[in-house]
Design a protein. Structure first.
Length: 287
């Protein structure tokens, strides 16, 4: 169960004995901010947005993707059908309109939610773009991170992340972190990150494996045809999803705003720009 103040964990029983883990903040109402976590973790990854939603008085729903924590694996899931879990959650809480936020590998899920008529807009935060697109290499070369890094890093093993402690995050991710990422990961928020990985990976590796397979596959979504509003937040020193991702999504989506945040990395972006991101979500939700 989630132990961050105010957040509650729910297990929604679906057909075929499937379970969906959902984390909420605030009292259910007919509108909501839906949150999609990054790879290797769980809804606790989105802690800064849960906290800000509470401050602003909005109902937030975190979707724990299949294969992570208590959410039953849905083998073969892809970006085009990620909205399935969101639909089940908003139906459970009788939500009539929502805006979807996705961080890192949660970005495809946020974009996928736009297929639902109740979704008023989406926000990607250091979000993955479809790397298998024919012109991806052009973007990757044109928009490197300002710190001169690339995405070519050796990641820690899933076993290491499963038992990681807050004071180990910086060492585990090493060169993958920017200067501001290190500040966040070595400070008071380090427990958010370690707890998210501990919880998400406790049930096994399938959530991460399925994320990696999905990220390496075509999304099956025609980005250019999307007319709903999308905000793309991207740090210019992100070493995990380099600025190419933000530029690609902003260029390809039919109605997107791009916010390049100077000096921000993959993790620091969501902590240092939480207020601006939630402001944009509320703008979309109330439009």
């Amino acid at each position: 169960m989630c132990n961050l103040s105010g957040m509650q964990t729910h297990l929604i029983h679906l057909e075929n004995n499937q379970i969906l883990e959902v984390v909420t903040e605030g009292d259910p109402r007919d509108s909501a901010i839906v949150l999609h976590h990054g790879a290797l973790g769980s809804s606790e990854n989105m802690a800064p947005f849960f906290r800000m939603a509470r401050e602003r008085g909005y109902f937030a729903i975190g979707i724990t993707r299949p294969g992570y924590a208590a959410s039953t694996r849905r083998e073969g899931r892809r970006a085009s059908d990620y909205f399935f879990e969101t639909q089940k959650a908003i139906q459970h809480f009788q939500v009539k309109r929502f805006v979807s936020l996705g961080w890192s590998s949660g970005s495809p899920a946020a974009i996928s939610d736009l297929q639902d008529d109740r979704c008023m807009g989406a926000i990607t935060i250091a979000g993955d773009a479809p790397r298998v697109s024919s012109d991806w290499d052009t973007y990757y070369e044109k928009y490197p991170p300002r710190n001169g890094a690339s995405e070519d890093f050796k990641f820690p093993s899933l076993d290491e992340l499963r038992i990681s402690k807050p004071n180990q995050i910086v060492q585990l991710f090493g060169e993958a972190l920017s200067r501001k990422d290190i500040e966040i990961c070595s400070g008071k928020f380090s427990s958010d990150l370690s707890e998210a990985m501990n919880h998400g990976l406790a049930s096994g590796d399938f959530g991460a494996i399925d994320d990696f397979e999905s990220d390496a596959s075509p999304w099956g979504i025609e980005l250019e045809a999307i007319t709903k509003r999308v905000a793309v937040f991207q740090g210019d020193e992100d070493r995990l999803c380099t600025p190419a991702h933000g530029h690609f999504l902003a260029d390809k989506l039919g109605n997107a705003e791009l916010f390049i945040e100077s000096g921000e990395g993959h993790i620091s972006l969501m902590y240092n720009k939480t207020s601006e991101i939630i402001d944009k979500a509320i703008e979309f939700l109330n439009h």
